[in-house]
Design a protein around this ligand. Structure first.
Ligand SMILES: NC(=O)N[C@@H](CC(=O)O)C(=O)O
Ligand SMILES: [Zn+2]
Ligand SMILES: [Zn+2]
Length: 430
């Protein structure tokens, strides 16, 4: 099967180029504007004039909820949401039931991911058995069956003793610890950022030190153990400073920020609104400015969505009782393009760097993150000229819990290819 993608503005490692891409048997066979001689033998010609062709986006932080919580999402719906958002590779978190904390259950996850997923799904294993305070997993066994990294996402590792042991074990098998940094005691029963807004709404707060105190500890431990330590969903200015200093000191630390922490802040929480409840919480305007500065200077390596679908019932009522988390896969590119590229804060190449190139480099994904001859044809075609409204009805995710619904944005996915196969295609409307 031969497919020719013609007239796109292609994002190549060397920069943007108006060129064509020949896909054969799932791989990129040739790139160039002189591919006319292929026309006669091509099965499918797709004209993407006026659109961007980028390497498939990569999200290293998603929750697909299967097994255990399939009312919220399944591997099928989560991966369809990824495809709709232009993501061709995602890494799924292990806060599932049963927990993939052993080789046997981990292998079951891999089979499910492969059978039900329409995009490439990498899988995290937990750091501890049953994701609880207690014994560590068998890092070697989980490495052997293909763990992408180790994470207890949803909770922090509460003691330095446990974290040091985890870091040493992860370092030995040469895989990252991906940390949800949170001191459970300091978080208490908070539901939004601690401060004036929470006080005004009469809601219990989550102080920023619940993140930063544990992060400071972990950065010291990461330096001492030499592990690759990746910080999930950085939310505060102090965290950015701590990571910047650690990087300067030679600690092997990388970090991600989510679109919601970049574009929303606590001042937008004007009522008790569960759609704006997530962990870590939306912080102050100066925190999101610091996250942005961190992205621009390389302290934050990448953007990851923390796609966290929940049922409507779980996201209705008061923040006091609602679940933490919002969806992100289907809105990330458009929100980022609109807030960052359209507004002149960064270039499209920088954005693709944070959403594809860097995650591939940081997590050693050799076959992703760039458009090059010989690589699998994981590609996304994006329209960045026609504004559209983000609509719940167009979401592929089971989760409709997105504060971005209703936004007017630029950056619609037109087509997503995984291994040369179209896994998402925008309906053509007259
Ligand atoms: N981010 C969230 O608010 N929730 C995540 C857990 C997590 O990422 O910490 C979830 O699993 O729902
Ligand atoms: Zn988390
Ligand atoms: Zn998460």
């Amino acid at each position: 099967m031969k497919t020719l993608l013609i007239n796109g503005r292609v994002i190549l490692p060397t920069g943007q180029e108006a060129t064509d891409i020949l896909i054969e048997d799932g791989r990129i066979k040739a790139i160039g504007s002189e591919l006319d001689q292929e026309l006669a033998t091509t099965d499918q010609i797709i004209d993407v004039a006026g659109n961007i062709v980028a390497p498939g986006l990569i999200d290293v932080h998603v929750h697909f909820r299967q097994p255990g919580f399939t009312a919220k999402e399944t591997i099928k719906t989560g991966s369809l949401a990824a495809a709709h958002g232009g993501f061709t590779t995602v890494a799924a978190m292990p806060n599932l039931i049963p927990v993939p904390d052993n080789a046997n259950q981990f292998q079951k996850m891999l089979t499910l991911n492969r059978e039900d997923g329409v995009v490439h799904i990498k899988q995290y294993a937990t750091i501890t058995v049953n994701r609880e305070d207690g014994p560590l997993v068998d890092f070697q066994a989980l490495k052997e069956v293909g763990a992408f990294g180790f994470s207890n996402d949803g909770s922090g590792i509460q003691t330095a003793t446990e974290m040091v042991a985890a870091m040493q074990a992860a370092h030995e098998v040469d895989l990252p610890i991906c940390a949800h940094v949170e001191d459970a005691g300091l978080k208490g029963d908070g539901v939004m950022n601690a401060g004036a807004t929470a006080d005004k709404l009469g809601l219990p707060g989550i102080p920023e030190i619940s993140e930063t105190a544990q992060l400071a500890r972990d950065l010291v431990l990461a330096g001492a153990t030499g592990v690759h330590y990746h910080v999930c969903h950085v939310s505060t200015a102090t965290s950015v400073d701590l990571i910047r200093q650690a990087k300067a000191a030679g600690v092997h630390v990388t970090a991600e920020a989510s679109p919601h922490h970049l574009f929303l802040d606590e001042t937008m929480i004007t009522t008790d609104n569960p759609m704006l409840k997530m962990n870590p919480p939306l912080r102050r305007p100066e925190d999101r400015q610091a996250l942005l500065a961190g992205l621009l200077d390389g302290t934050i390596d990448m953007i990851a969505t923390d796609h966290a679908p929940h049922t409507i019932a779980e996201k209705t009522g008061s923040m006091l009782t609602a679940a933490f988390g919002i969806t992100g896969l289907e809105t990330a590119f458009a929100e980022c393009y609109t807030h960052l590229v359209k507004s002149g804060i960064c270039t499209l190449n920088q954005l693709i760097n944070w959403l594809s190139v860097k995650p591939a480099q940081v997590f050693n994904l050799q076959n992703a993150g760039r458009i090059a001859v010989g690589l699998p044809a994981d590609l996304v075609v994006l329209n960045v000229t026609q504004p559209y409204e983000i609509k719940a009805a167009e979401m592929q995710s089971k989760g409709q819990n997105s504060p971005f619904i209703g936004d007017q944005v630029l950056g619609r996915t037109i087509k997503t290819f995984v291994d040369g196969k179209i896994v998402y295609e925008q309906e053509q409307r007259a």
